[in-house]
Ligand binder design. Sequence first.
Ligand code: DQA
Length: 152
Amino acid sequence: MADENGRLRVLVLHGPNLNLLGKREPEIYGSATLADIDEKLIREGRELNLSVETFQSNHEGAIVDRIQSAMDGCDGVIINPAAYTHTSVAIRDALLALSVPIIEIHLSNIYKRESFRHHSLIRDIATGQIAGCGAYGYELALLAMADMLNHV
Ligand code: DQA
């Protein structure tokens, strides 16, 4: 469902603590801030003829609400559920209600880290997953989404 300019809509969701990017464990998560990442995605989205909307919350229910409101008016979802990746049945269930491509992304390689991070409750319902490519992973996710939506 394209927007008024004929662009397909991609929702980018960021989970808890990602508002601290740039300050939070930069040796793991890098120096880019969330604003840097969001601005780049919006700009590159325009070049790909995609309308990118971003949303960050530290609250599970707020993320569930945003996913529910994406049931109308969203063509693809890119999500870094952050710590909720490993715990949230509620976010998984909300994503299951969507019928659009979903890309799960992590800045760090969760499979190289503590064992509790190895399990993702999203990975088997996501169309694709990107992990360990830092902030660049979001750009890769957007390119992959454009391809999935047949925009390139
Ligand atoms: C993360 C990895 C998660 O395990 C962690 O809880 C995060 C960020 C990542 O992007 O690498 O907050 O999703």
